[in-house]
Ligand binder design. Structure first.
Ligand SMILES: C[S@@+](CC[C@H](N)C(=O)[O-])C[C@H]1O[C@@H](n2cnc3c(N)ncnc32)[C@H](O)[C@@H]1O
Length: 248
């Protein structure tokens, strides 16, 4: 069993690797989230998680190149994206600049987020819980940063059951191969292959209320269209989920 610090170091080295960063930019910023129909479907889902029309103060945990942070900015919210990878953050800054959007990026560990409690209207996170040694503690801490009544939005992907699709889902970044230490570290992650059902239980255990699974029909339809138009782009093969729950 590796110690937490050792695990974090190993994942940090993966997530800062320039090949991993450019793979994510290609696959998501320029891929699914750069495809107009998908972008508009995702904007619509995110809009439904936020109460009312007024701008909110939002924190996106493990923001990477700003995949979700850029959408919040496009919806007019005040958004801070947090990530422990300086290379992901610089890709995010570049993407925001290209789009003329404002995102405040902060380099920090999402398992020890450096923000005061009761501060944010919304905290979001996409595709991050699976890579944390302690996803449960992380979620509990994030909730404390929400104002009472604030919303936690957890976004992820239920893996496909079809083995062919599963193989296409997990494509490592070209030019980067996980070594043995990395593969061993992955095995120690409790949420490595989680489902939306498990995330919902974590949210319930953390005391969130009004937990909703947002309808993803339009995101899936747009994803299909994207794949038809760009068969080699590496569209995700699973089923995306967005869960939103409210702090008491
Ligand atoms: C799979 S990527 C998801 C990125 C982005 N949310 C998206 O949807 O494209 C996981 C991200 O979490 C970040 N991450 C992993 N562990 C972290 C930690 N302990 N603290 C901060 N960021 C972390 C990685 O650097 C990476 O950018």
């Amino acid at each position: 069993m590796m110690r937490d610090e050792e695990l974090k170091q190993i994942f940090h080295s993966g997530w800062t690797n320039p090949n991993v960063v450019s793979h994510r930019v290609e696959r998501f910023i320029k891929g699914e989230f750069g495809f107009a129909a998908s972008r508009s479907a995702w904007l619509d889902v995110l809009r439904q998680t936020v109460p009312g029309e007024s701008p909110c103060k939002i924190l996106d945990m493990g923001t990477g190149p700003g995949t979700i942070a850029l959408l919040w900015a496009e919806l007019g919210h005040a958004i801070t994206g947090v990530d422990f990878s300086a290379t992901m953050i610089s890709a995010g800054r570049e993407a925001a600049k290209e789009r003329g959007l404002t995102v405040d990026f902060v380099e920090a560990d999402v398992e020890a987020p450096p923000f005061p409690e009761n501060t944010f209207d919304v905290i979001s996170s996409r595709a991050v819980l699976f890579t944390l040694p302690h996803p449960g503690y992380a979620v509990a801490q994030w909730i404390r940063l929400l104002k009472p009544g604030g919303t936690l939005v957890l976004i992820g992907e239920n893996n496909p059951t079809d083995p062919e699709k599963l193989k296409r889902q997990h494509r490592p970044a070209p030019g980067w191969e996980p070594d043995e230490a990395y593969r061993n570290a992955l095995e120690q992650l409790p949420f490595r292959s989680h489902t939306d059902g498990m995330v919902r239980v974590v949210m319930e255990a953390a005391g969130l209320r009004n937990i909703r699974n947002l309808p993803m029909k339009s995101v899936l339809a747009a994803r299909e269209e994207h794949e038809k138009q760009n068969p080699n782009y590496g569209v995700l093969q699973g089923t995306p989920y967005v869960l939103a729950g409210q702090r008491r």
